[in-house]
Design a binder for this molecule. Sequence first.
Ligand code: URA
Length: 236
Amino acid sequence: MRLDKLLSETGHGSRREVREIIRKQRITVNGSIAAVPEMQVPEDAEIRMDGVLLEKPGPVYLMLHKPAGYLTAVSDRSRPVVMELVDEPVKDLAPAGRLDLDAEGLLLITNDGKLSHQLLAPKNRVPKKYYVETDRPIPEGAAEILTNPIEFQEFTSLPGIYEKISERSAFLTVFEGRFHEVKRMFHAAGCEVTYLRRVAFGPLELSDLPKGEYRRLSREETELLKQCVSNQHNGV
Ligand code: URA
C-alpha cells in the first residue's frame, strides 16, 4: 500500500497531514527515511514515526444501530445502504450478516472476515435477540410454536426463546439467522411482524445507541465476541 494512504487509514491524520509528516522526514520504513508519500510499503514493513514503532492496524469492530430503510449492503444502485452511515478510514469494512430493509437494530460491521464468518455460521448458534411488534394479538399457542422446531420448506428452525411483553409485542431469540427467520416464525405462529428490532447479537447489546449511529466495540466486547464462537458458549 502507498505510505500516505496507510498512515491516514491507520489514524495518523488526513492525507494532507501525513504527507506533511513524511516531507518533514519523520517517518522511517525499515530503518530508512521515507522520501516520498507515494512510496509503496511492503505489508511486513517496520514503520516508525519520530523513532516510535507504529502499531500494525488491527481489525476494526463497529456496532451500528441500523435504521429502517437502509439496505444491509456495502453499495447499491438506488437505495441507501448501511455503509453510508459509517465514516471510518478503514478498508474492507462490511456488515456481518443482514437485517431486512424494514428492520432496525444492532448490526455488527467489521473487516475481520474470519470472525464474521464464524459468528454467522448456523452451527455456532450465536443468539440473536429481537424485539417484535405484531399486527394482531399474538395467538395463545404462539409460545408453544416458537419454542419448538418449525418446519419450513428449506429448513427447520431451532427452538427460539420467547418472552411475551404485551398482547402485541415480545422478544424472540433465535440461534441461526436464516433468511426472514423471525418474520417467518411469527407467521407460522399465526400473526405478522409489523416492527422488528435486533436488540442483542451474541454478547453485544444495542442498549441506548441512537438510531443511525455507530460506535467501536470495546476491547472487552471484542474478546467476548471471539469467545462466543470459540467456546460455543453463546449465552445472551
Ligand atoms: N429475521 C427476520 O425476519 N428479519 C431480519 O431482519 C432478521 C431476522
